[in-house]
Design a protein around this ligand. Sequence first.
Ligand code: PHE
Length: 461
Amino acid sequence: MQSTSEGVSASSARGQWGSKLGFILAAAGSAVGLGNIWRFPYMTGENGGAAFVVVYLVCVAFIGLPLMFNELALGRRGGKDVIGAFRATKPGTPFIITGICCLACCFFVLSYYGVIAGWTVGYAIASLLHKKMVFEEFAARPEFVLPLFGLFILLTILIVQGGVEKGIERWAKVLMPVLIVLCGVVIIRSVTLEGASAGIKYYLHPDFSKINGDVVMKALGQAFFSLSVGWGLMITYGSYMSKRQDIVTGGIWVAGMDTFVALIGGFMVFPAVFAFGLAPDAGTALTFKTLPAVFDKMPAGQLVGCAFFLLLGIAALTSTISMLEVPVAWLVDEKKWTRKKSAWLVGGAAFVVGIPSALSVGGVEWLTKIHFAGKTGFLDIMDQIFGTAIILLICLLASVYVGWSWGPKHAVDEMSASNSWFARPLVGSISPATVWVLFIRFICPIVVTVMLLNMFGVKFF
Ligand code: PHE
């Protein structure tokens, strides 16, 4: 198959990353997206500021990363799509349900993620045209939001169907560093605004009394969302890795880059939020309300704003490509559909399913006001169900599968095949592999189960 990175050779039946860098860039391209610059700041703002950041970092290091290794090892050993990976490693296993959940999550999240990505394009165009946008007014206008959403899905389909990923990956290599430089420019402006210090304090000085079960659950959910863990994405991308490539250091790089960009996202938003007297818990709209105000106060702010939102759109595009890739890889691998047919069908369906999300931020009243699972508005409800709850379930099932059903030894073999220290005893007879097995068999499933129970109202703390 053709894949989503320049490293993948389009000629072989199933692609393979050509280099370690190819994999890291593609996986980091998937991980770094709206989750870092849009979702992370508003989640932080809604859940207590710096205390949330601390919990988030712990979740990334101790739960997210072990689970990322888990998916990559399973994916490479299986050498297949999200369903095939389970079938190949243990024929007949009921854990195949995990793969089905992965397909559902990627599809449904694509349907609302594309809407938000469309907003970034709208903001880029508005900056260019020197138009001031009031978020609520813009998001409530279907005549703007729907075409932009459609355009974004169309771009995603075109890239995935044509295997033009070579281009995207090459562009991503240039554009991701440019995005980071631009983020740097925004941070400098943001922290030098009058009154910014209250925001820096909010972001950096944790008030641990703010931590409760709900905050931990949100932080864990955000870690999975941002790292692209719990979606079968790393299973799919792991299946394109060669045996020579190191899963462990590769995973650490991807998680490190993703976390770095998320932290940067907060530094752009919070100083400005406080300087402009906005509410840090403004929710979904936070980034879109705050940053234009920052650009307004900059020399050549319109240009910087346009470039910034365009690049954010591109970061989102490397994520939507990977979301579409998961179901497409399954249809190509297992149903023997052509890549083109799969991409158009799944992408087209995601557009149709995404329409209610697109209309739910003011566009249609009942979709905006609908209340379910503690969330208001269709888009937020989708995010809660697919972007948070089912992801937790997938992480639980994947860790139980590897830890208890397939057997962690196979995964350890897979990881140590290309990493000499992973299985080597470092302290007494304890190797990093021993610690990883402890996490995958006990700590990850227990923590994720507690979080799932918490979500369904069984509160432990
Ligand atoms: N990790 C992406 C982000 O932070 C979202 C994503 C999840 C992309 C799963 C692909 C697969 O925006």
